[in-house]
Design a protein around this ligand. Structure first.
Ligand code: BDR
Ligand code: CA
Length: 336
């Protein structure tokens, strides 16, 4: 069982990620924190609390975090997620009270209370909260088991040719997160674009035949419409659920170790994740690159050992995982 804190900005795919985390038997959801991203902090926080009603999520604290990036104005991708950040299905009333703590305080309290290296942070929005946590509580960074984040990409961006939304939304925060002394797994566009909610995949989910699976179908209809209009994709990518899935079932994602830096200055490349794939090694084969004959003049430094990047994904396994989680949640009667 992996204990996680989901730091999100719901967001259609964040919503599915939250329901996956709640329904998966191998994940213990210890907290949900929100960050401005797909919409204003106020809107995404209201959405997150409404999702608690949808999934009948109880006993999990929800706390609001940063309302803007460390530097510069907030970017809002309204063309993808709409005016509410979660356009499409009718949302129920929020099902949980908001925790009075700031997200950063909630993360710190959970990490301090839980056993050493037992909590994985799963950010599916911009990295502002996680960076502020690392800077405010540097003594807690090494207690965190790791950060498995949705963001970035090696081959492409989506907001610009080079940059993915979550990283571009706060590149300075992202660089702080990649530099901190915890293991980081990057679930980026290279893999999330291989998991599209195409009509045949949705048929599988609809067979679950509950109000929650119907809700996800409605989310995907709106989200898919945005991706069809903006990008001509046959289905919307399951970006954020893939980060949760990677934690729930390590066989879903193939990763390699590679140092990752965030471009914060480039005229055309601000927000790009620069992944050094010149020499990579499979973490399952060896912790130490020299064991695989990789020259020790390779300037991987601590970064190379701590960073993993997703390069391939078992999409069938992902859809089975999501289907099982929804089956496990069952019908919640959130529509009364
Ligand atoms: C990421 O950007 C957001 O719009 C999605 O929720 C996802 O986290 C994909 O680039
Ligand atoms: Ca998101």
């Amino acid at each position: 069982m992996t204990k996680i804190i989901l730091d999100c900005d719901p967001g259609h795919d964040d919503a599915i990620a939250m329901l996956l985390a709640w329904g998966n038997p191998d994940i213990e959801l210890l907290g949900v924190t929100t960050v401005a991203g797909n919409q204003t902090l106020e809107k995404v926080t209201t959405n997150a609390r409404a999702l608690a009603t949808v999934g009948s999520i109880t006993g999990v604290p929800f706390a609001a975090g940063a309302s803007r990036p460390l530097v510069g104005p907030q970017l809002i991708p309204e063309e993808i997620h709409g005016d509410s950040g979660l356009d499409g299905p009718q949302l129920p009333a929020p099902g949980v009270e908001l925790d009075s703590r700031h997200a950063i305080q909630l993360i710190a309290d959970i990490v301090a209370e839980q056993p050493d290296k037992s909590v994985t942070l799963v950010p599916t929005g911009s990295l502002t909260n996680v960076a502020l946590f690392a800077r405010t509580y540097p003594e807690l960074v090494e207690r965190v088991a790791g950060v498995t984040l949705m963001g970035g990409g090696h081959h492409t961006g989506n907001m610009t040719p080079a940059a993915e939304f979550n990283i571009l939304a706060d590149p300075e925060a992202a660089q702080i997160v990649f530099e901190a002394q915890w293991p980081v797994t990057m679930v980026g566009l290279d893999v999330t674009h291989k998991v599209l909610a195409t009509p045949d995949r949705m048929e599988q989910l609809k067979k679950v035949n509950t109000d929650v699976s119907q809700f996800i179908a409605e989310l995907v209809e709106f989200f898919g419409g945005s991706y069809m209009k903006e990008r001509r994709y046959p289905g919307p990518p399951m970006h954020d659920p893939l980060a949760v899935a990677a934690v729930a079932d390590p066989l879903i994602l193939t990763t390699v170790r590679a140092p990752i830096q965030v471009e914060t200055k480039g005229e055309f490349t601000r927000g790009q994740t620069v992944v050094d794939l010149r020499r990579t090694w499979n973490p399952d084969q060896a912790e130490d690159p020299s064991a695989l004959g990789i020259a020790d003049d390779y300037e991987a430094d601590a970064h190379g050992v701590r960073h993993c990047v997703g390069i391939d994904v078992d999409a069938d396994r992902f859809w089975d995982l999501l289907t099982s989680a929804l089956t496990r949640i069952g019908t919640t009667n959130f529509r009364g």
